[in-house]
Design a protein around this ligand. Structure first.
Ligand code: OAD
Length: 242
């Protein structure tokens, strides 16, 4: 592990263009549950009911109740050492003229809270809502939301999160793909690499010859593909890459 860590650190030190993909595991040490595995959100709740357009159409009250509970718990959490290390790496790389693009599947806003500036939110954000009818969006942060919020057009508002079966925001997605096509180092952190198209970013970077570094508690669907697999807690490993 130490030898792999040294090699990953060297790759990061020499990198000119870095692409990063994060998932729920980076926020786990802040107390935010991941989605899969024991204790994961989708082992206790139905993603078809709570995170799909069909589920929202069937029972918007249920979807909003659940999201409001999540919003309330996320309002309490703080970035951890992993988020802070990524923000520090961004600063270091930019200071020496390298580029850094961080794409996250998380909707919790913790990268920005840690000071990361160039963040692509592939799956949207729980800090915003948008109209299910006209599409008009609004940032609401963690302010309380009416039980069933409505838009001025009369449409129902929904969390501005990408649900199962939906397209990713295309401008954000294209920017993430471009960063993986152009990078010389790609770092993935805390993702099971099971959800597409986000997971395909790792393949894009690998196909383009980038060195790929995975930081995850356990081996993932992408481990066989990556150059350096570092298994352990993001909050312990990432500060060692700074
Ligand atoms: P998952 O829950 O699928 O995977 C989280 C990964 O983080 C697992 O592989 C864990 O082993 C790892 N992990 C847990 N704690 C960790 C720690 N302290 N340090 C490092 N790794 C740790 O979450 P995602 O891959 O992010 O989509 O899931 C992708 C998408 O599926 C989510 O964005 C969400 C979900 O359905 C939407 O809500 C649209």
């Amino acid at each position: 592990m130490n030898e792999i860590l040294d090699k990953a650190r060297l790759a990061m030190r020499n990198a000119r263009r870095v692409a990063v993909l994060t998932g729920a595991g980076i926020s786990a040490e802040s107390g935010v549950p991941t989605y899969r595995g024991s204790g994961g959100l989708w082992s206790g709740f139905s993603s078809a009911d709570l995170a799909s357009p069909e589920g929202f159409a069937r029972d918007p009250h249920k979807v909003w109740d659940w999201h409001n509970d999540r919003r309330m718990s996320l309002a309490q959490v703080k970035p951890n050492a992993g988020h802070l290390a990524l923000a520090q790496l961004e600063q270091q790389l930019q200071a020496r003229g390298a580029t850094w693009t961080l794409a996250t599947q998380n909707v919790d806003g913790l990268h920005q809270a840690a000071g990361s500036t160039n963040v692509l939110e592939l799956h949207g954000t729980i800090l915003a809502i948008r109209c299910n009818g006209c599409g008009l969006g609004r940032r609401v942060g963690f302010e309380p939301i009416a039980e069933l919020p409505h838009c001025s057009c009369g449409g129902l508002m929904r969390p501005d999160i990408v649900w199962f079966g939906e397209m990713l925001p295309q401008t954000v997605w294209r920017a993430a793909v471009r960063s993986c096509q152009e990078c010389d180092v790609m770092l993935t952190v805390g993702t099971s690499a099971q959800v597409y198209p986000a997971a395909s970013l790792i393949e894009v970077a690998a196909e383009n010859g980038a060195a790929t570094i995975e930081v995850n508690l356990e081996p993932t669907a992408a481990s066989g593909l990556v150059t350096y697999a570092l298994h352990g807690k993001a909050g312990t490993i990432l500060p060692q890459l700074v």
